[in-house]
Design a protein around this ligand. Structure first.
Ligand code: TXA
Ligand code: MG
Length: 376
């Protein structure tokens, strides 16, 4: 499922051996925060029972307190609402009996895995974790290292993605080191995250049902097929006070350099439109890094050549997936954004995602939040 990252030279990055997992569990119990691999992205973890650890998570990430954390739970437990209640994570009595079967079906179908369920919270879960909301986000990660750690501490671990707030999510231990290396006690290296985008966050509200709060590693179609109903979505906003899912602020996952997104693929732009785009881009910088989901062959290759000729700007193409495979594109997404920041390119141009099935929905969401729109 994972491959080791051999380029980790940071002293806090350690191999996820059983001794080091044991050490990580001790550190967690002493209210340290650490970098932990998951199948989606790396997390910055601390015990939910420790207000000190949870406060550190917010401080280390520079994350605003209004943006709640996901509680990660062991895979060894029985996947029922009654049991989640018994473990004092949720308040099952606040869930409409008519909806219980559907929620349990989702847990049984997709846990452990990239699905986060937002459910009415148990009073035992600290308000620090949930930012004072009446709900708690629960996820059972599939990564064996995270699971071994949960088994060792036998309680919930709060873990946002291990990046500074608003920055690109980490998919390797060395990404975590470059984001937060000086601020965490340890980073467990569990190889590259096998999915590459964060979990899908599904909200449940009594009497209203389910709401897709964040597209992610579990395709919405799979949830819809299990529920037998279409999901409503929430749209990103720039106004925190209106946000049902506080993490849905529209600027997020952003590279440090300028990134702009086209409304249409380059191959469909007319000569006049190309000229307008070129004029706009020239105001910024002469270099261009280009991120694309499309294969650099055929029509697209010709369009790129035309674009270079029309604009006089050199294009360095970053390809997310040669065959337009959604999982491969997701796996490459955040590394591509990170590589762009380190490259000589000064501007990133993003072509629109044309297909929104499977993981492409999450990829489109992250790319939108990483960039500003162009007219064409
Ligand atoms: O894949 C993932 O989910 C990763 C790994 C580490 O598990 N974690 C992650 O956490 O992406 P974070 O904190 O970067 O994103 C959590 C999202 C945020 O958008 C947050 O607002 C939302 O979940 N969330 C958490 N608790 C919530 C709640 N009670 N109600 C609504 N949204 C909630
Ligand atoms: Mg995040």
């Amino acid at each position: 499922m994972t491959s080791k990252t051999s380029d980790s030279i940071h002293p806090k990055v350690v191999e996820a051996s059983s001794e080091n997992i044991h050490l990580a569990a001790i550190l967690l119990r002493e209210a340290h925060v650490i970098g932990i691999p998951t199948e989606t992205v790396y997390g910055l973890g601390g015990l939910i029972s420790s207000d000190l650890a949870v406060s550190k998570i917010f401080a280390v990430k520079e994350r605003p307190r209004f943006d709640p954390l996901i509680v990660h739970i062991p895979a060894s437990i029985e996947k029922s609402l009654e049991n989640l209640s018994r473990r004092r994570w949720i308040a099952a009595h606040a869930i409409d009996p008519a909806d219980r079967t559907a929620i349990e079906k989702l847990m049984q179908a997709f846990w452990p895995g990239p699905l986060t369920l937002v459910l009415p919270k148990h009073p035992n879960v600290s308000d620090l974790v949930t930012s004072g909301l009446g709900s708690v986000a629960l996820r059972m990660p599939a990564h064996p290292v995270f699971q071994a750690l949960l088994q060792a501490v036998d309680e919930g671990i709060a873990a946002p993605s291990a990046n500074r707030f608003g920055r690109i999510s980490p998919v390797t231990a060395s990404d975590v080191a470059s984001e937060l290396g000086d601020r965490v006690s340890l980073i467990l290296d569990g190889g590259r995250s096998s999915i590459g985008v964060e979990s899908t966050v599904l909200g449940y509200v009594e009497k209203k049902g389910f709401l897709l709060l964040r597209p992610g590693g579990l395709p919405r179609e799979e949830i819809e097929a299990t529920l037998g109903e279409k999901l409503d979505t929430i749209t990103p906003t720039s106004r925190p006070e209106q946000v049902a899912a506080p993490g849905m602020l529209d600027s997020h996952y952003a590279p440090e350099k300028l990134s702009l997104r086209l409304a249409r693929p380059i191959r469909s732009l007319s000569a006049g439109e190309l000229k307008l785009v070129a004029d706009h881009l020239r105001q910024h910088q002469p270099h261009l890094g280009m991120l694309s989901l499309l294969s650099p062959h055929g029509e697209n290759a010709e369009a790129a050549v035309r674009f270079e000729a029309a604009t006089g700007i050199r294009i360095a193409r970053i390809e997310l997936s040669r065959n337009e495979n959604d999982l491969e594109a997701a796996q490459n997404l955040f590394s591509a954004l990170r590589a762009f920041d380190l490259s000589p390119s000064t501007l990133l141009l993003i072509e629109p995602v044309e297909r929104l099935s499977g993981l492409f929905l999450a990829i489109e969401d992250r790319l939108k939040r990483a960039s500003r729109p162009l007219v064409f």
